[in-house]
Design a protein around this ligand. Structure first.
Ligand code: ACO
Ligand code: KIV
Length: 506
């Protein structure tokens, strides 16, 4: 039988300690309800003594969120415990969480006490909390920098005083996995009563080890883990709930440990917390980042299309993500582009596909990502191409200021029958200058009837699609083209229309 690990979510308490992440009362309730849907076992809803607003918010959560245990934090002070109890007493299953430092630097420098005084204060606080509530958690703050013998004494005495949960915090993210795993194992050996209570850990990420340290502790017997959504929290944050849960779920044979988390609720919860707390998620964040299930390079995309297990250890739908994303970039290969075209409804011959792929690469080299709209436009332009009497080679356009004249200057080169022809022209604008160059090279009298440029996606990097309608010798022809450079798209569209005219008059 798999062992059960309890998930204690502290997004609303330690997570809310992130500067600027404070939630109002209604937002706290919305997040708490989502945490309930996610299936966390405990919600630490706040630190009620910190402000009347937080006490009110914790009370609202306690009254309205029924399934999980509702905990709140208190210093080892009667005043904190009284206010906390007032806030959580309406919960179906309340828990008082009391903390007091255990390391010498905290005891002496911050609390200005000695070890004996601190031990007595911790014991008294647990006894006091116990009068209110059967479920009391005690955290010896900064446990990983505490003297081990003293830590064992504090744990033993607070269990005797009535603590039903002992939480070992790595308050400043100081420990490393092997050491923390050993600490938990040795603590269990030295204080056998820890096997009768819930043994919890709470890891911070100052060295980027919060998740690894939590896992080491779990392997060594911790039965509850404290964590936050997206790993948010004081300074570098806390262990990320989604990482711990998915590590255990992805490697069941290795761990044989289960949680109650409804994993498809992970991404919805992550997005909600990010939006509400105004804390964007880095794209490469494990499990919940925008790129966690995006594949952008040809070799990976080919593998994914053949069998997604080649590059996916988690099924996106298991964490509530859309199916994996094939992001088309200049590193994408034929298979991915072909697949995207098929998804868009194009059934192309190999010959046509090769032309499209070539154009795709040339556009992708100048643009970070090719969207579905970009690809459609590339295909449509390519399919509407005619035999080219004149082909585009290069162009340089200078602005008014740089051209030394009052007008922009274009220098454009076309190829005809293998020979390159270059023409320079000024115009009222850069597009006008470019069109004049083309008129000069092709020696045509062109009447421009309509000219448009449209951006196919957002941002300054968007692919520009240009369409033109021209009249030559009384005949109307149109052309279109795309390019990340709108002037180039315009030149190519104009040339496309002219080539169409010539193809009709061969
Ligand atoms: C490791 C953690 O994440 S612990 C949680 C941290 N979270 C927070 O601090 C957020 C909420 N905090 C607050 O709103 C305020 O700091 C309050 C309401 C708790 C206290 O505010 P104030 O009374 O103005 O005290 P202040 O914050 O300036 O200093 C903290 C005091 O608590 C004492 N203290 C710290 N931890 C504890 C503890 N576990 N038990 C008892 N006293 C403690 C400090 O020694 C200091 O006491 P002093 O004033 O006698 O020097
Ligand atoms: C109160 C405790 C659990 C804490 O947040 C810490 O030590 O980091």
């Amino acid at each position: 039988m798999p062992r059960k690990l309890l998930i204690f979510d502290t997004t609303l308490r330690d997570g809310e300690q992130v500067p600027g992440a404070k939630l109002n009362i209604d937002q706290k309730l919305v997040v708490a309800k989502q945490l309930e849907r996610l299936g966390v076992d405990v919600i630490e809803a706040g630190f009620p003594v910190s402000s009347p607003g937080d006490a009110k918010a914790v009370n609202l959560v306690a009254r309205q969120v029924r399934k999980p245990i509702i905990a709140g934090l208190a210093r080892a002070l009667k005043k904190d415990i009284d206010i906390l109890w007032e806030a959580i007493k309406d919960a179906d299953r309340p828990r008082i969480h009391v903390f007091l430092a255990a390391s010498d630097v905290h005891i002496e420098k911050k609390l200005r006490l000695n070890r004996e005084q601190a031990l007595e204060m911790a014991v008294e606080a647990v006894k006091y909390a116990k009068k209110y509530c059967p479920n009391v958690e005690f955290s010896p703050e900064d446990a990983t920098r505490a003297d081990f013998d003293y830590l064992c004494q504090v744990v033993e005495e607070t269990i005797k005083a009535g603590a039903t949960v002992i939480n070992i915090p790595d308050t400043v993210g100081y420990t490393i996995p092997e050491e923390f795993g050993r600490l938990i194992r040795k603590l269990r050996e030295r204080v056998p009563t820890t096997d009768k209570i819930i043994l919890s850990v709470h890891c911070h990420n100052d060295l980027g080890l919060a998740t690894a340290n939590s896992i080491a502790a779990i392997v060594n017997g911790a039965t509850q883990v404290e964590c936050t959504i997206n790993g948010i929290g004081e300074r570098a944050g806390n262990a990320a709930l989604e990482e711990i849960v998915m590590i255990l779920k992805t490697r069941p044979q290795y761990f044989n440990i289960e949680t109650n988390i409804v994993t498809p609720e992970i991404i919805p919860t992550s997005r909600l917390v990010s939006r509400m707390m105004n804390l964007p998620i880095q794209p490469n964040k494990a499990i919940v980042g925008a790129n966690a299930f995006a594949h952008s390079s040809g070799v990976h995309q080919d593998g994914i299309l053949k069998d997604r297990r080649t590059y996916e250890i988690i099924r996106p739908e298991d964490v509530g993500a859309q199916q994996h994303l094939l992001v088309l970039t200049a590193r994408s290969g034929r298979k991915a582009v072909r697949q995207k075209l098929t998804d868009l409804g194009y059934d192309l011959s190999d010959e046509t596909f090769e032309k499209i792929y070539k154009r795709f690469l040339s556009v992708a080299d100048r643009k970070k990502e090719i969207t579905a709209a970009d690809l459609k436009s590339i295909v449509e332009v390519e399919l509407s191409k005619v035999e080219e009497l004149y082909s585009f080679v290069k162009m340089v356009v200078t602005t008014q200021a740089m051209s030394g004249s009052d007008l922009p200057l274009a220098v454009l080169t076309l190829r005809k029958n293998g020979e390159e022809i270059t023409q320079a022209s000024v115009g009222n604008g850069p597009v006008d200058a470019v069109f004049k160059c083309i008129n000069g090279i092709t020696n045509l009298n062109v009447n421009l009837l309509d000219y448009r440029v449209e951006s196919l996606s957002g941002g300054t990097e968007a692919l520009g699609e240009s369409t033109v309608k021209i009249e030559i010798n009384g005949e109307v022809v149109s052309g279109c083209a795309t390019s990340p450079d709108v002037i180039e798209a315009s030149a190519r569209a104009y040339l496309n229309a002219i080539n169409r005219y010539f193809s009709l008059h061969k």
